[in-house]
Design a binder for this molecule. Structure first.
Ligand SMILES: NC(=O)c1ccc[n+]([C@@H]2O[C@H](COP(=O)([O-])OP(=O)(O)OC[C@H]3O[C@@H](n4cnc5c(N)ncnc54)[C@H](OP(=O)(O)O)[C@@H]3O)[C@@H](O)[C@H]2O)c1
Length: 289
């Protein structure tokens, strides 16, 4: 599966498109003819990316959106702008993520890694849900990590534990992407939407800068694993799966737990200020008077 595939007429939203795997995915998708919606937190890096992409084919379009994922208000505002501007999305790639240097509690009151890597993509995806359903058939691809295997459940969001181990915080955020993927896939299975997640390999980007490893595969090879989930026709009906690079594998026991999945979904809706009605529609939670 390469970018020689024709993606003309497809619209692809990539979060965290300003570096690493996301940037490579943007270039591959652009070369394949897709229209792009690119998210970043840094306006200069977004402007540089547009310059790097160049003008594209006649009629090919690219838009950029800025949001710092450590602020839920930024994510809400980006989702509102996209809902107002974008008529359809064929692929949403929840790629933005980082490896923390130290424990930080955000202005929303959450541990930063949990918020950036999990709460914010959860919020964006659920706010865009009406547009995703309208766009069907479409695909959601979430970035997880093999590191999810080294940690247990995380329902308290890692806020109140006195000891902070950044590796654990990172792996927990990546663990939660798997039950999120499985739950969303189940909820949207009759809507023509597939939802899968992937460990792209250990890839030489700034995410592994602080890890005790000196090796890593190329950014291109990591991006290719994600690109396949985005566009491979053979995966059109595959949903709710966890991939390690190119293979569907069983995630950890906790990532497979339906009890954890339901509890995490409920708690996370509340954390990001959403509720779900009996028909499954996602609504903003009304502030208590
Ligand atoms: N590299 C690996 O070995 C590996 C393995 C498993 C999973 N992953 C996952 O793959 C995804 C991509 O990571 P990468 O390795 O390509 O890392 P990267 O090169 O650091 O790219 C991460 C992207 O996320 C953005 N981002 C980080 N913090 C953000 C925030 N607070 N708000 C908005 N955007 C933010 C970055 O923006 P800036 O450009 O402004 O920094 C960048 O665009 C992540 O979800 C990561 O967890 C990576």
């Amino acid at each position: 599966m390469t970018e020689t595939q024709n993606l003309f007429g497809k619209t692809i939203l990539i979060t965290g498109a300003t570096d690493g795997i996301g940037k490579e995915l943007a270039k591959m998708s652009w070369q394949a003819g897709a229209d792009l919606i690119l998210h970043g937190r840094n306006p200069n890096k977004l402007a540089d990316l547009l310059t790097e992409l160049g003008s594209g084919a006649p009629g090919q379009k690219v838009e950029t959106y800025r949001a710092d994922y450590s602020r839920l208000s930024d994510v809400r505002s980006m989702a509102g702008q996209i809902l107002g501007n974008v008529p359809k999305i064929d692929v949403l790639v929840n790629n933005a993520g980082f490896y923390p240097e130290k424990r930080v509690i955000t202005e929303d009151g959450f541990e930063e890694c949990n918020q950036v890597n999990f709460l914010s993509p959860f919020l964006l995806t659920n706010l865009l849900r009406p547009l995703l359903i309208k766009s069907a058939p479409m695909r959601v691809v979430n970035l997880s990590s093999i590191g999810h295997r080294y940690v247990w459940s995380n329902l308290n969001g890692a806020v109140d534990h006195p000891f902070y181990w950044r590796w654990v915080a990172y792996c927990r955020s990546k663990l939660d992407m798997i039950p999120f993927t499985r739950e969303l896939a189940g909820q949207l299975k009759n809507d023509g939407i597939t939802v899968n997640c992937v460990h792209p390999g250990v890839i030489r980007t700034k995410v592994i800068r602080f890890l005790p490893v000196s090796w890593g595969a190329s950014v291109r090879s990591g991006a290719e694993t994600v690109f396949r989930l985005m566009v491979d026709p053979a995966l059109a009906n595959v949903t709710g799966k966890y991939f390690e690079r190119y293979k569907i594998v069983q995630p950890s026991i906790v990532a497979q737990s339906t009890r954890y999945q339901s509890a995490l979904w409920r708690v996370t809706l509340r954390r990001v200020g959403l509720i779900q009605d009996a028909d499954g529609a996602i609504l903003p939670r009304q502030e208590q008077a």
